[in-house]
Design a protein around this ligand. Sequence first.
Ligand SMILES: [Cu+2]
Length: 108
Amino acid sequence: MKQLVLRALIGAMIAIPIAPVIAADVASAAKAASQPMSAGTIRRLDRAAGSITITHGPIENLGMGAMTMTFTFKKGVVPASLKDGDKLRFRAEEKDGQYIVVRAVPAK
Ligand SMILES: [Cu+2]
C-alpha cells in the first residue's frame, strides 16, 4: 500500500511538469496554423544547421517588406519535400531578436 502511494506520488511529480509543456506546444501549433502566411522562394536550406534563406514578399506580422534573409527553424518545421529553389508559404515570428520560421508549406 505504502509503495502504491509512493508510486502515485512519483507519477504525479513526473507528469505535472510535462503537461504544461505539451499544452503550450499544441497551443502554439494551433496558433501558427490559423495565422496568415507569407510567400517566398528558398535560396538555401540547411537542415543540419536549422537555417533557411528565403527571398520573401512582405511579412505583415513582422512589418517587413520584400527581401532575402535567413531564418532559423526547429526540426520538423520545414517539410522534407522542400528544397533549394522551391516556392513556399511560411509563417515567421521574431523571438529574442531571432527570426524563426514556425510553419512552412510547399506553394505552387
Ligand atoms: Cu525579411
